[in-house]
Write a protein that binds this ligand. Structure first.
Ligand code: GLN
Length: 250
């Protein structure tokens, strides 16, 4: 099948080579006989909620966020409609922050977001940097580890009842104290974990691909042929060990 990916603001939001996540999705789709068709969506480009099976937003610093925030906020209805029809979404760091209601900077200014996720972000005066280990349960009863790297000044506070992507085992997560990391709304996930997130967490790549294939016409997320993930498992182990060495610091 063809999986149509919309990549929002690739010229602005691509910190730590976040776009590598798309390469992983493409490769894992191809190994199962599917084809990823990636279309860039820049400022002012149309966003038809039905035209994509997966939407991706990368991370960026406050400066880049300021440049795309008004455009992203104006897409609120389209993004909500896409999410409601089951389009898979992955948003990383700066993109994750701006899919919430908005971001309050150190100077008190407020950058409105798209309001898809039920959260708000406030910049703190220290950065939260390092490897993170989470436990996720996207399917009831199926717990999975997720490891990656975080680097953010923003503290993201989930509204009561909003579902996190995972629970922090080691690292800071959304705000350094709630024990939550990221946000999940149906088939949409947002996270602070940067750069090579999917290469070392292939189960999340397949979870997203399954949901994208369901939207592309498969009906239900299909069972994907297992791949040889020995190298990815080793990368996860290294990252999880680094997170553990932080000593459970939040
Ligand atoms: N505004 C973000 C912050 O909290 C940017 C983070 C990022 O994408 N690296 O620092």
């Amino acid at each position: 099948m063809k999986i149509r990916v919309g990549h929002l603001y690739p010229d602005y939001l691509n910190i730590y080579a976040d776009r590598g996540n798309i390469a992983v999705l493409g490769r894992r789709a191809a190994l199962r006989g599917h084809q990823l068709e990636v279309r860039d969506i820049g400022i002012g480009d149309p966003l038809d909620p039905a035209a994509h099976d997966l939407l991706y937003v990368g991370g960026g610093q406050d400066r880049e966020q300021t440049l795309i925030a008004p455009d992203l906020a104006a897409r609120s209805d389209a993004l909500r409609a896409a999410q409601a029809r089951g389009v898979a979404m992955l948003a990383v760091c700066g993109g994750y922050q701006l899919l919430g209601r908005g971001y309050r900077g150190r100077d008190g200014s407020f950058m409105p977001g798209a309001g898809l996720f039920a959260h708000e972000t406030v910049a703190g005066d220290t950065r939260m940097i390092g490897d993170v280990l989470l436990e996720c349960e996207l399917e009831p009863g199926v717990k999975k580890p997720l490891a990656g790297f975080e680097n953010h000044a923003g503290r993201t506070l989930l509204d009561a009842g909003a579902e996190p992507l995972g629970h922090v085992i080691h690292g800071f997560g959304n705000d350094g104290s709630s024990g939550f990391e990221g946000c999940r709304l149906g088939n949409a996930v947002g996270t602070y974990l940067h750069g090579p997130l999917l290469p070392r967490n292939p189960w999340l790549a397949d979870w997203l691909l399954g949901r994208a294939l369901a939207h592309a016409g498969a009906g239900e997320p299909p069972t994907l042929t297992p791949l040889d993930d020995a190298l990815a498992a080793e990368a996860l182990r290294v990252s999880a060990d680094r997170a553990r060495r932080r000593g459970g610091k939040r």
